[in-house]
Design a protein around this ligand. Structure first.
Ligand code: SF4
Length: 182
């Protein structure tokens, strides 16, 4: 049987969801019997997102132009896209900057008003990605197939979400154990 092609992607998040993925511990050994990790900040050195990914877990909101380009690419190349954690599902912590209404006040606050010295807003096209005016949850940019809330989702919830997909089934995203935020 061909292995599932599994990817994980890190957008605007703290990497806590990926740390929870690593909390799968010894089940990761079982996972690699079902799945080949073809792209991931914690499981692959590959720099470009591959074609024909079966399942992709996306951590984080969409906060800048690089995130937006990435998620459009991921959507195009992935069969099942999972919003992985509260930042992906609601924008959560990175979305707190949305209260400042636009990228310019955010950059001014962070790099000028709060600077002790050498205040300077970073502006290096091609190197520093431009911030979007609002941090968006993933489903406001591309279609999402499965929502997995949690900050971070527990390892048990991650396993209960992806294990059925390896058998060709859909996870039951119902009940406190599967859809509680936070
Ligand atoms: S959902 Fe929580 S743990 Fe995951 S990236 Fe966001 S802040 Fe970090």
């Amino acid at each position: 049987m061909d292995k599932i092609k599994l990817a994980t992607v890190w957008l605007a998040g703290c990497s806590g969801c990926h740390m929870s993925f690593l909390d799968l511990d010894e089940w990761l050994i079982e996972l690699v019997q079902w799945a080949e990790i073809v792209y991931s900040p914690v499981g692959s050195d590959r720099k470009d997102y591959p074609e024909n990914v079966d399942v992709c877990l996306v951590e984080g909101g969409v906060a800048n132009e690089d995130n937006k380009t990435m998620i459009l690419n991921v959507r195009q190349r992935s069969k099942i896209l999972i919003s992985f954690g509260d930042c992906a599902v609601t924008a959560n912590v990175p979305g707190m900057r949305n209260m400042l209404e636009g990228s310019e006040p955010v950059l001014r606050r962070g790099y000028s008003e709060l600077a002790d010295n050498t205040a300077q807003v970073p502006d290096e096209p091609g190197i520093v990605p431009r911030l979007l005016d609002q941090v968006l949850p993933v489903h406001q940019v591309v279609a999402v197939d499965i929502f997995m809330p949690g900050c971070p989702p527990s390892a048990d919830r991650i396993k209960a979400t992806i294990e059925p997909l390896f058998r060709g089934d859909r996870p039951q995203m119902v009940g406190r154990d599967m859809i509680k935020f936070g």
